[in-house]
Structures are given as structure tokens and as C-alpha cells.
Design a binder for this molecule. Structure first.
Ligand SMILES: Nc1ncnc2c1ncn2[C@@H]1O[C@H](COP(=O)(O)OP(=O)(O)OP(=O)(O)O)[C@@H](O)[C@H]1O
Length: 354
């Protein structure tokens, strides 16, 4: 499978929207790369540039080191699946799966084999003679995936392919995507808003914000060692608690709140302290003390709950196991282990302080 490289890729749309600003990224041979980022950060634009549906303003897209910028979409060894399944309404599932294979130079027998194989992989064999309007949303998306896979592309582009499905179907198809990737191994770029999908499928996770790539790496590295405040707050559901303040003489004091911590970082001046909700302890003796606050709300989520706490002018969220004895209005102590404290330079994009 090819290695996909984005070389300083930028895209400014007519009207002046800078959707991508100098993205350089390598998706090595057969790697599963997931892109996450807020709405409007440029993720779909990036996929559309790779697919050839848009032209870059500057920079370029390369497969195995060769520029593909001048090739039309159908000559790029790339297949794309969109959020809404895009099937030809007047063609059967079988014809949809085989669509475009003739153009790849395959004869009828070879097309039949490919279609049969794709249908079997995606479990749509019983649907082969139906038309798209006779399919459920999940079935239609399977067919759309099957059509992309039948082309045996070197690069597979998935633009929120599961987001129109219900939660159970999403989890099921997520597992199937992982299996299909194991079998076919196409170099994959997958855009999603679903953090579970991102963390579970990605071999390489990329966080995009305002057209720039903020961090990339193995997903758990990004989760445990976010490079900056934005990634810390974006990954996780909810994201990391981030409290601005100052470090002086090895001691952190939050702005406008009775929250302090021993700062191991060799830094002085303005800084932000971050703690993941699942690492913040309420009313537990273990860990270093951070301060005290008041429970403002409890949100039960099934296996655990989110406890919202106010500490002076600051807010904190802690993930607590259920059943729990906390009640809104109650005063609580906050603690965390030293290794669960993350330090950042001030400001929304403040870099991690080691
Ligand atoms: N054809 C277009 N013409 C002008 N501006 C566009 C066009 N397509 C996208 N944009 C703008 O470019 C920016 C990036 O859009 P893009 O769709 O790539 O973001 P995204 O991260 O995929 O968002 P979402 O998660 O909401 O799908 C946005 O500000 C968007 O409004």
C-alpha cells in the first residue's frame, strides 16, 4: 500500500476562508490515521484535497513520493466514503458495488468476483438485488463502504462514515472497519467527531484546529501527554480540567480560586494546571491536596457519574464511580496524584511544560 504524504498543504477557498494552513503529515503504508478537530477546522477539506475534489492553494499531495496533484480523482488510487451514503438510486446494490470497476480495466468476471467479495465482507449479500431506497441507513452505508473497498484502493478516505448511524450500529461497524482494515490494509484517513471511534481505530491520531495540525501520534500518547492546552481540552469526554494561575517558587496558585499544588515543573510565572476528570479525586485521602470546593451538580452516566464542582471562580469536573455519596451543595476536598498533574504555558494554545 502507498505512503501518503501531505506536504505543507494549504487551501484558501474563494471568498478568503483559510481552511488549511500548511499541513505536513505522513500516513505510512497501510496505516490507519484518524483526524479529529472541532467543526470547521478543515478536516473534510483535507480529505477532499487528497481525493482530488479540490485543488490545493499551495503545497501538495504525494503517493509514494510522487505528486498526484495533477491527476483527476478517478486516477488517484483513492476511494472516499462520505457521511451520507452516496449510492446511485436507480442501480441495484450489485450494480452500485461494481460501479466504476470497468473503468479500472476489469472484465465482467473479475468485476463479479470483486463485487461478490465486497458484498461478503460487508454482509450485504442478501441485499444485492435491492435498490438504495429499499435499504436502511446502516445497510446503505455498508454498501457505500463496499463500493469503496471493491476498488481495492491504496488509500481509503472516510469522512465521518458512521456518524449518521445509531450508537449500537456505530459500535458494530467500528469493529468491522477495524477487521476490514486488517484484511485489506489500505492506507486510511478517517475523519470523525466520535472520540471513542478515534481512540479505538487510530494507529495515528491527528488533532486539527483552525486549519493547522496541533499534534499527531499514537492516540494514547496524545491522551496522556497532550502537547498543548487545546489538545488537552479537546481529547476526552469531558476534556481535561484546565486551571489558569501562576507558579512561584515551585508552588502553583490558581487565579481567583483557593486551588494550589506543588509544581514539579521548573518554571515560574503564568501557567495552567491540567487534571483529567478521571484522575481528580473528591473526598478521598489519597493524593496531594489541591483545595476544596462545592459540588454544584451530579450527572449520572451509567457506570459512573460526572461531579461538577466550583472552586472559587473556577469550575472542575470529576468522574466518580457509582453509587456515590456526593450531593449537590456539599463541600468536598480535591486531590490528585503528582503524576496526573499536567502543566502548560498560559493561553488557549499554551504548550506543555515538561
Ligand atoms: N466550498 C467551500 N467554499 C468556501 N468555504 C468553504 C468551502 N468548504 C468549506 N469551507 C470552509 O472551510 C472551513 C473548513 O471546512 P471543513 O468542511 O473542511 O471543516 P471540517 O473540519 O470538516 O468541519 P465539520 O467537522 O463541521 O465537517 C470552514 O470554515 C468552512 O466554512
Amino acid at each position: 500500500m502507498p505512503t501518503l504524504s501531505l506536504d505543507n498543504l494549504s487551501k484558501t477557498y474563494r471568498g478568503g476562508v483559510e481552511a488549511l494552513r500548511g499541513v505536513t503529515l505522513q500516513a505510512p503504508d497501510g496505516r490507519y490515521v484518524v483526524l479529529v478537530g472541532p467543526s470547521g477546522s478543515g478536516k473534510s477539506t483535507l480529505l477532499r484535497l487528497v481525493a482530488g475534489l479540490e485543488r490545493p492553494t499551495t503545497g501538495g499531495v504525494l503517493l509514494d513520493g510522487q505528486s498526484i496533484d495533477r491527476l483527476p480523482p478517478h486516477r488517484r488510487d483513492v476511494a472516499m466514503v462520505f457521511q451520507q451514503p452516496t449510492l446511485y438510486p436507480y442501480l441495484t446494490v450489485r450494480q452500485n458495488l461494481g460501479h466504476g470497476l470497468k473503468r479500472l480495466g476489469l472484465d465482467r468476471a473479475a468485476i463479479g468476483t470483486r463485487v461478490g467479495h465486497a458484498a461478503a465482507m460487508l454482509g450485504v449479500v442478501p441485499l444485492l438485488d435491492r435498490r438504495p431506497q429499499q435499504l436502511s441507513g446502516g445497510e446503505a452505508q455498508r454498501v457505500a463502504l463496499g463500493r469503496a473497498l471493491a476498488r481495492r484502493p491504496g488509500v481509503l478516505l472516510l469522512d465521518e462514515p458512521l456518524s449518521s448511524l445509531d450508537a449500537a450500529l456505530r459500535t458494530q461497524l467500528r469493529g468491522e472497519l477495524r477487521k476490514l482494515h486488517g484484511q485489506l490494509g489500505a492506507t486510511t484517513l478517517h475523519v470523525t467527531h466520535d472520540q471513542a471511534e478515534a481512540l479505538s481505530l487510530a494507529e495515528l491520531l491527528v488533532v486539527v484546529h483552525e486549519g493547522r495540525m496541533l499534534q499527531s501520534g499514537p492516540p494514547m500518547n496524545l491522551y496522556h501527554r497532550p502537547a498543548n492546552q487545546f489538545v488537552a481540552g479537546f481529547l476526552g469526554n469531558p476534556g481535561m480540567n484546565l486551571w489558569p494561575g501562576r507558579i512561584e517558587g515551585g508552588r502553583f496558585a490558581a487565579d481567583n480560586a483557593p486551588l494550589t499544588a506543588h509544581a514539579a515543573a521548573d518554571h515560574s510565572g503564568a501557567a495552567t494546571l491540567g487534571v483529567r476528570p478521571e484522575r481528580l479525586r473528591l473526598n478521598e485521602p489519597a493524593g496531594a491536596p489541591l483545595g476544596a470546593g462545592q459540588v454544584t451538580a451530579l450527572e449520572p452516566l451509567g457506570p459512573d457519574a460526572l461531579a461538577h464542582v466550583s472552586i472559587g471562580a473556577l469550575a472542575a469536573v470529576a468522574r466518580v464511580p457509582l453509587p456515590c455519596r456526593l450531593t449537590p451543595g456539599e463541600e468536598v476536598s480535591l486531590t490528585a496524584d503528582a503524576e496526573d498533574l499536567h502543566w502548560f504555558e498560559p493561553g488557549a494554545a499554551g504548550a506543555r511544560i515538561e
